[in-house]
Write a protein that binds this ligand. Sequence first.
Ligand SMILES: [Zn+2]
Ligand SMILES: [Zn+2]
Length: 369
Amino acid sequence: MATMKAVVFKGKDQLGIEEVPKPVAGAGEAVIKITATTICGTDVHIVRGEYPVREGLILGHEPVGVIDSLGPGLETDYQVGDRVIVGAITPCGQCFYCLNGSHSQCHGALGGWRFGNTINGAWAEYLLVPDARANLAPIPPRLTDEQVLLCPDIFSTGLSGAESAHIRMGDSVAVFAQGPIGLCATLGAKLKGASLIIGIDSNELRLEVARRFGANVTLNIDDGDPIPEIKRLTDGRGVDVAIEALGRQETFENALRAIRPGGVLSSLGVYSGKLVAPYEAFYAGLGDQTIVTTLCPGGKERMRRLMAMIENRRVDLAPLVTHHFALDQIEEAYDLFSNQRGGVLKVALFPDAARVRPPVRSHAQAVGA
Ligand SMILES: [Zn+2]
Ligand SMILES: [Zn+2]
């Protein structure tokens, strides 16, 4: 039996590099050889034991690769050797939820999220892709693996925060937390035509990138309560739209306090425990506010659109990929990413160590400062 190298969840705070069976494509499935992948904040939740997955599962849900083999039924659509990405969310396109437009909730709550959750993920040499016809998205020839690395999750999720809020031209928008997803939400607000965009975080380096990605104003949460300043900037009303991109009670509450009556809170964070809406910020339930949540949109058409944005130079996500590691260096990469050391935003992981570009770019170089 053919085997491959993979990073396996071994229980709370434990990852292992193991030799495991190489997957075999069944009908409608494909196997891709992973050329690049990355670590997500959600993976950190999993490794810390805050989101349960089974021990022995291969983690990772952000695949870039090359088609290695195709199961029966896909021969006319794809060829072995095609460069592809696959969304973190892999909808079937045929179930009740998919046909009602809720692709990320395929087969039920959060069901579209399969990689590194309910089935083996992308931190490996090879990945089995289910419902391949709906999910294999060819990479435009001009784009490098690294240019499209954030499409499967971060870029898709971040933009969806702005899309789900139905931001209108001229809207004022506050984005709470400027990690990679918050930064893509800031970019989304700019693309949707927001006039005032306020980026909020505690990390000055991230606030600097936020200004490059479209924030006209940045507020450091360590300097005090941002709400009075947000009110001051919006004639005392509050913003039309607040996007929550962290998944904590404080950021959710601040986002609610930041919106005007009739405003929209678009929530992207992954929460745990109980979430409370304070009486005043919720206007006793009578403020005509809209609270909307979104799980990363996936599927090949979404991926095509995101890659088209990059190919046509509407966006450049390169500043977000700050560090490069071989997949074998997962411990080091995970430690750097999960502890937000060295100005890290996102790390690129390469199963083929020869593809790691030696010197690690500093943050200042990465943002072109
Ligand atoms: Zn993710
Ligand atoms: Zn479905």
